[in-house]
Write a new protein. Structure first.
Length: 218
């Protein structure tokens, strides 16, 4: 039985499209059952509609605070009964109550080699620091912003002449490769998150992953 995937977006939805495309393969263990955006003009909603996937916009601007928005978002998400919630360019900081509600079921992709460059403007920060290597991380979501255990990373070179747009394009190619793979691991029940009082860990095939995630993406 396919796992039910719910995707949260704010923009163009290119990672959403990569996951939709991957899910159409015969042996893929998950199905995208719903897409929710906090922006009504997000092109990702068009992608969802074209794929025949239920979708809706729930604007954060219609709510007085972050907590009330997240509670309304929980109500909408739970209507889909998802097994996994995938953040694909969802540009919202989530409240602890939201994260706790979906603990162990929330995945995010972040354009840096975490724990480096949490937050925004990661490509320019890597260039400004003179880094020779940059990348992208898929991780479980915890209450710490961009701080959950890393599952898988992909690295790209940084060239002297690179602009942030150059790096972004290179990173996007890797995002579209590794995010559907990690979602597949989760849907196959190979991937879980262990949490105790002091520590959160990503576990793949019963093995605790190192800080930088799985070392081989084959």
């Amino acid at each position: 039985m396919s796992s039910r995937i719910l995707v949260l977006i704010s923009g163009s939805g290119s990672n959403l499209q990569a996951i939709i495309d991957a899910s159409l393969a015969e042996q893929y263990p998950g199905e995208v059952v719903g897409v929710i955006s906090n922006k009504a003009d997000a092109y990702g909603l068009v992608r969802a509609s074209e794929a025949g996937i239920a979708n809706l916009a729930l604007s954060h601007k219609d709510f007085d605070d972050r907590a009330s928005y997240d509670q309304a978002l929980i109500v909408e998400i739970d209507k889909f009964s998802p097994d996994i919630i995938v953040l694909a360019g969802f540009m919202r900081i989530l409240t602890p109550a939201f994260v706790q509600h979906y603990q162990g079921k929330l995945l995010n992709i972040h354009p840096s080699l975490l724990p480096k460059y949490q937050g925004l403007n990661t490509h320019q920060r890597a260039i400004d620091a003179g880094d020779k290597e940059h990348g992208v991380s898929v991780h479980f979501v915890t209450e710490e912003l961009d701080g959950g255990p890393v599952i898988l990373q992909a690295k790209v070179p940084v060239f002297d002449e690179d602009t942030s747009d150059d790096l972004a394009a290179r990173i996007h190619e890797q995002e579209h490769r590794i995010y559907p793979l990690v979602v597949k691991w989760f849907c196959n029940k190979r991937l879980t998150m262990h949490k105790d009082v002091a520590l959160e860990q990503a576990i793949l095939d019963g093995i605790v992953l190192p800080v930088s995630g799985y070392a081989n993406d084959e």
